[in-house]
Design a protein around this ligand. Structure first.
Ligand SMILES: [Zn+2]
Length: 391
């Protein structure tokens, strides 16, 4: 169980954990403010017992009304009026708002006043799984308490799914990965299952060719995590055929996913990254974007565009401390090369100095490096991960 802060601050934002563990933690914290014993919360004194029963007159809880999804400004005004009436029994008054992200902006602004100027005896516990929905001004007035995920240990069924997912990730089968993640996200209970994988995770499906879907995806991420450090643009499609055989729709779809998709994702994260003057973007091109492939003119053109886009963006965003780099994989053992026979793959492998094709993990390592702080002085670069085809 997470230890309570000591001394107690006047406002906390309680996040992480699961819905139940957040509420339980808020309860313990409320008892700590109001406890009359020597080691708050003692759990035995009159005040602790009343908090446990929910009958302490100096503890109030605010949630959306039964018929509404939002906490209204009227509710917060009532809370504010109450906060200026001195405590009934104890030395403090405690206000639990759960879920705090249900407050609409007007309600949040009303709360901000009492957070900033309220009486010293008033304490505020904002409980939220989506702290990104809170105004920066409200968040900045609260100390953040992020609960660990230890309370949600995965069951055997979940472990199996996590293992499957890990295998799919290793195999680099992006579509299967996305499907598995989306399935996990859609199954109930969503957040608890995902968090039980051991890391706070969120799966959102979007067609990168559609800017509206990308914007919603990024909004979802920011709502959940408040912060976005790394963007990896890995969505891509290919097309094999003579240049005379590709039709207009196929040509446009390749550019829509491979080029527009990268642009949409970068644009969607930029306001946030520019605001923080920090961020790392990694795009995925291809060695064919560097040297061109026969029967893959359209694909080569899109991947060449990604390289030029990466370099241009690196120059534009460098002054804002945002790095933009590109990885150009060679022939990698992924589903994109399923149309090739083992013999054809072997022939392609022989063209590499290392005499073999690559594994998805070897591309992932290069991406992780460029995305990380280890590459803090590297931007605008194209890192070939092709076993030495292009040297
Ligand atoms: Zn007590």
């Amino acid at each position: 169980m997470m230890e309570l802060p000591n001394p107690l601050s006047h406002a906390y934002l309680i996040t992480g954990g699961g819905g139940d563990s957040r509420a339980a933690f808020a309860g313990r914290l409320a008892a700590a403010y109001l406890c009359e014993g020597d080691t708050p919360p003692c759990g035995r004194c009159r005040a602790c017992r009343k908090v446990g029963k929910g009958s302490h007159p100096d503890l109030s809880r605010t949630a959306p009304p039964p018929d509404k999804a939002e906490i209204t400004v009227e509710q917060i005004r009532a809370l504010r009026a109450d906060a200026y009436v001195r405590p009934n029994e104890g030395r403090r008054k405690v206000y639990v708002i759960d879920p705090a992200d249900a407050m609409n902006p007007a309600a949040q602004n009303a709360l901000l006043k009492v957070l900033e100027e309220g009486p010293a005896y008033a304490a505020f516990l904002l409980v939220s799984d989506r702290p990104g929905k809170l105004l920066d001004t409200v968040r900045s007035r609260c100390e953040l308490l992020s609960l660990p995920r230890e309370d949600a240990l995965p069951g055997p069924e979940l472990l199996e799914r996590a293992e499957t997912l890990a295998e799919l990730l290793l195999a680099g089968d992006e579509l299967a990965c996305a499907q598995a993640l989306v399935e996990l996200e859609l199954s109930k209970p969503k957040a608890e299952e995902l968090s039980a994988l051991g890391v706070p995770a969120l799966a959102v499906q979007a067609d990168v060719a559609e800017e509206g879907q990308v914007v919603r995806m990024v909004d979802n991420v920011l709502e959940k995590f408040c912060q976005l450090d790394i963007l990896l643009c890995a969505a891509g499609v290919s097309h094999l055929g003579l240049i005379s055989q590709i039709d207009g729709d196929q040509w446009r779809r390749l550019f829509a996913v491979n080029v527009d998709g990268v642009h949409h994702c970068c644009r969607a994260v930029l306001p946030h990254m520019l605001g923080r003057k920090s961020g790392s973007i990694v795009t995925v091109s291809s060695m064919w974007g560097q040297v061109g492939a026969s029967c893959e003119a359209a694909y080569s053109a899109t991947k060449g565009a990604v390289i030029a886009y990466t370099k241009a963006l690196a120059k534009e965003l460098g002054p804002s401390n945002i790095r933009v780099n590109c990885v150009a994989p060679g022939v990698i053992d992924t589903s994109m090369n399923d149309h090739l026979s083992p013999k054809e793959l072997a022939v392609l492998g022989e063209e590499a100095a290392l005499c073999r094709i690559g594994q998805p993990r070897e591309v992932a390592e290069a991406i992780c490096f460029l995305a990380s702080e280890r590459a803090s002085f590297i931007t605008g670069q194209v890192l070939s991960v092709d076993g030495g085809v292009i040297v």
